[in-house]
Ligand binder design. Structure first.
Ligand SMILES: [Zn+2]
Length: 156
């Protein structure tokens, strides 16, 4: 679909935008005092946008803020972009599903169950340990990325 096809069905001027940049526009709309920020979308696929001086940074080819393809481990898993170790391969819903071998609702259900009680068998204990480790790795990679991204924009 292109923008002409889309706008032909609406009585308003339209333009298509990347979902993470749309989220950044919403943040600027809701928080006009916002000067600099990095917007991170934790969706099926990771996404991001950069706000500086109250504007969304677009870059020369409109690809600025694609933090999902920031390399956090050159020897890491293969990403759909063709590179290895992108943040996407550690901090997306797809990454959690791939690491756990279960759909996201099941993964979080298991994680909640682990926090509620201890495992009854060795198999349960091993599975619980794996799920906990996957979640801990997810959070550690996300925190690592957020710390580095904050160094770039120096936001409070
Ligand atoms: Zn990638």
């Amino acid at each position: 679909m292109n923008v002409d096809h889309f706008s032909s069905r609406l009585p308003f001027a339209c333009h298509l935008e990347h979902d993470s940049k749309s989220a950044a526009h919403l943040e600027l709309w809701n928080h006009p005092e916002l000067d600099s920020a990095i917007v991170i979308l934790l969706n099926r696929n990771l996404g991001g946008a950069i706000i500086t001086d109250r504007h969304i940074h677009q870059g020369s080819t409109m690809h600025s803020g694609t933090l999902e393809h920031m390399c956090v481990n050159p020897d890491g898993p293969l990403c759909y972009c063709g590179n290895r170790g992108c943040l996407e391969t550690y901090c997306s819903a797809d990454a959690l599903e791939q690491a756990s071998g279960m759909p996201i609702p099941d993964f979080f259900h298991s994680l909640r169950e682990i926090s509620r009680h201890t495992a009854d068998t060795d198999t349960d204990e091993k599975k619980s340990s794996q799920i906990s480790q996957i979640w801990e790795d997810y959070l550690n990679h996300l925190a690592f990325a957020m710390k580095n991204l904050n160094l770039i924009i120096d936001a409070r």
